[in-house]
Design a protein around this ligand. Sequence first.
Ligand SMILES: NC(=O)c1ccc[n+]([C@@H]2O[C@H](COP(=O)([O-])OP(=O)(O)OC[C@H]3O[C@@H](n4cnc5c(N)ncnc54)[C@H](OP(=O)(O)O)[C@@H]3O)[C@@H](O)[C@H]2O)c1
Length: 278
Amino acid sequence: MAITVPDITLNNGVLMPQLGFGVFQVPDAETTAAVRTALDAGYRSIDTAAVYGNEAGVGTALRESGIARDELFVTTKVWNADQGYDETLSAFDASLQKLGLDSVDLYLIHWPAPDRDLYSSSWRALEALLADGRARAIGVSNFQPQHLDRLAEESGIVPAVNQVELHPALQQRAVSAYNGQHGIATEAWSPLAQGATLGDPVILAIAEAHSRSAAQVVLRWHLQRGRIVIPKSVTPARIAANLDVFDFDLDDTELTAIDGLDRGDDGRTGPHPDDFNA
Ligand SMILES: NC(=O)c1ccc[n+]([C@@H]2O[C@H](COP(=O)([O-])OP(=O)(O)OC[C@H]3O[C@@H](n4cnc5c(N)ncnc54)[C@H](OP(=O)(O)O)[C@@H]3O)[C@@H](O)[C@H]2O)c1
């Protein structure tokens, strides 16, 4: 039976599937097959970025699938080197062309890159894209509360989404609280910590109790905590299993046990957003 992924209603009313498919580090030549496998399994939301170099592969898979455009949710991101008003608009055009689309569902500023000091200008470009309908929703990625405060001071539109590194070892409590208070949906990147979280004995014990995999338990924890998740895999069995997480529930004790695995900044696998300006 087809799996139905629940939607999250973003702050501008746009519906976004709570679980999607990430394609970071998938070579362009392999991306079409991976995305086709995901679409065949039932995923409808795909998360790519200009810097991943695989928007063309994503676009090919979307077209070849024959799935109606309005059933798909496509996210891409402007890279740090393309920040600035005009540069962001040009980067957006290039992304649309590679994807072979007229619009994206969600366009994100990939990192604040604070030393560049251009994310406010980039945000104005995203606001223009939202106004002309070429981005159905706009948001940010890797933004800390101080970066979000600055956008709030300098613009009228609150980001719909903040996509941040988030998994059991790095739970981003301050960022998540800020997002929640301001109507910004929290989206977890590296929701499985690129696999690093899957051998944790607490998670393995919960997995055994439910006859599920560790990855399914971690994804279920994210979903029950209200986050959007975008697990990546190029392995067909894992692609299918990562979507098959809507027919069981973790109880409060299990959720709290996973909450207890937070190691704060020590749990990061990626750079700290304050220091990343590449
Ligand atoms: N905004 C940002 O700055 C940012 C940064 C990083 C990532 N992202 C987005 O978030 C997405 C997900 O993050 P991610 O790709 O870094 O990591 P992830 O989804 O946490 O983990 C992916 C890794 O876990 C393995 N895996 C997947 N499912 C598994 C399963 N069921 N059992 C065991 N291992 C499994 C995959 O292996 P195989 O592929 O070999 O199966 C891959 O090595 C990315 O693809 C990208 O779209 C965004």
